[in-house]
Design a protein around this ligand. Sequence first.
Ligand SMILES: Cc1cc2nc3c(=O)[nH]c(=O)nc-3n(C[C@H](O)[C@H](O)[C@H](O)COP(=O)(O)OP(=O)(O)OC[C@H]3O[C@@H](n4cnc5c(N)ncnc54)[C@H](O)[C@@H]3O)c2cc1C
Length: 498
Amino acid sequence: MAWLRNLARLARSSSSSSSKPANRFGSPVLSVPGFAGFSSAAAAAYAGLGPTVPGQDKPRLVILGSGWAGCRLLKGIDADLYDVVCVSPRNHMVFTPLLASTCVGTLEFRSVAEPISRIQPAVSTAPGSYFFLARCTAIDSDAHAVHCETVTDQGGIGDAPEPWKFKVSYDKLVIAAGADASTFGIRGVKEHAIFLREVHHAQEIRRKLLLNLMLSDVPGISEDEKKRLLHCVVIGGGPTGVEFSGELSDFIIKDVHERYSHVKDYIHVTLIEANEILSSFDVRLRQYATKQLTKSGVRLVRGLVKDVQPKKVVLSDGTEVPYGLLVWSTGVGPSPFVRSLEFPKSPCGRIGVDEWLRIPSVQDVFAIGDCSGFLESTGNSTLPALAQVAERQGKYLCALLNQIAKAGGGFANAAANIELGDRFVYKHLGSMATVGRYKALVDLRQSKEAKGLSLTGFISWFVWRSAYLTRVISWRNRFYVAVNWLTTIVFGRDITRI
Ligand SMILES: Cc1cc2nc3c(=O)[nH]c(=O)nc-3n(C[C@H](O)[C@H](O)[C@H](O)COP(=O)(O)OP(=O)(O)OC[C@H]3O[C@@H](n4cnc5c(N)ncnc54)[C@H](O)[C@@H]3O)c2cc1C
């Protein structure tokens, strides 16, 4: 049937070329009514994928984002039922639970990045399915279209100095655009701190750490400057901040002491947290983490950051903390893109959804993952910003969208009378965090007050590693991760600064 659809598509694009200009996809170039801020030249270049035609095309599912939620959906969607278009500023999914390990060379960067075309081969092989390296800038839910612009390091495409703008019509739209790191409006965070959310952040951290190690060994550097360069400060004592501090202290104990022994007494890690570290875990697990981190040499400081300057952090009580490397990990909040969307929001500012993960005020639009939250009217509380929530929402929506298409509701405005079935219900499977030195916390209870199993120590660390190894998406990356872990145990971490 694919050849028949191709033939139909080809016939349509050649017949449309006489009346409407065709773009590189063979679809009519879209006009841009009411799209302010574009010159006529830019508008002329504003091509895109036009609306699908029932009976000739498959319905088009557009997914914004290639994170945990978007990729789980991409992986399971039936490409015989939908043409799938994924729009995202990155062409891979990041396996975030193992990202901290890449900052110090325990794992290589490629081991935690999964290419989209491997997750859903249709985007690079099926005629109507695509992956676009771009960000969505606006959603026109009346016209069933998203406005996008390319993301490149070098500006525009061809002669265009600006990012290339285009439009994609959808039959079903899923917003899975994640969240942004919270900075609480503190001055200097964006300029001087490094976040830990993407592979390029981990690369930046690793380069800076190794650079500082080498600079501190140069003759003539003062004692104070040496101490500053080798002071690694982590802001935020949630699981990510704790895991990163644990990895860093492991790196210092095992690798720096052996291979940078000139400066081993200067390097330190400080973890600054306004409240308790790992506040989502119970007291016993928190105390264990505190003891382990302190044993590994991590200095725990209770404090509130007021100001971030190029070489020091200022706390609200006036304490100044000089740093050479500053990593910011204080949780997430809605991104500017999510804030810009004029959909009803959940109480914490995320895109508001009902129990089927639909945005009830518009047709055919869904939101999943960190960018979404239940509307107050559903009576459900907002789910935590976790991969396990995002992944399960992606899986649920995938089944729902496949079911809708099978029932004949795949095209725009065609699903109004379709029975949706069960609502999305989230059941927490537990939490885990490593604290370095082959130790971890595993809490298999639904909440910290509930009864159930919680473990600490080496066995937990083994459970942590095994669990994540099995969760890595592809066999290729599972193999990479296992080999990286083995290489690190046998030869130590990679300390080359490339
Ligand atoms: C270092 C780290 C460790 C973590 N560890 C754990 C853990 O151990 N367990 C756990 O459960 N959770 C963990 N998390 C949290 C988990 O990663 C997130 O909850 C999860 O990634 C959310 O998935 P998502 O798909 O909603 O968003 P993301 O995974 O953040 O993906 C969002 C996607 O949207 C894209 N995007 C953004 N803006 C646009 C736009 N305008 N147009 C199109 N695309 C856009 C982004 O590029 C990205 O591809 C961790 C997070 C981090 C950062």
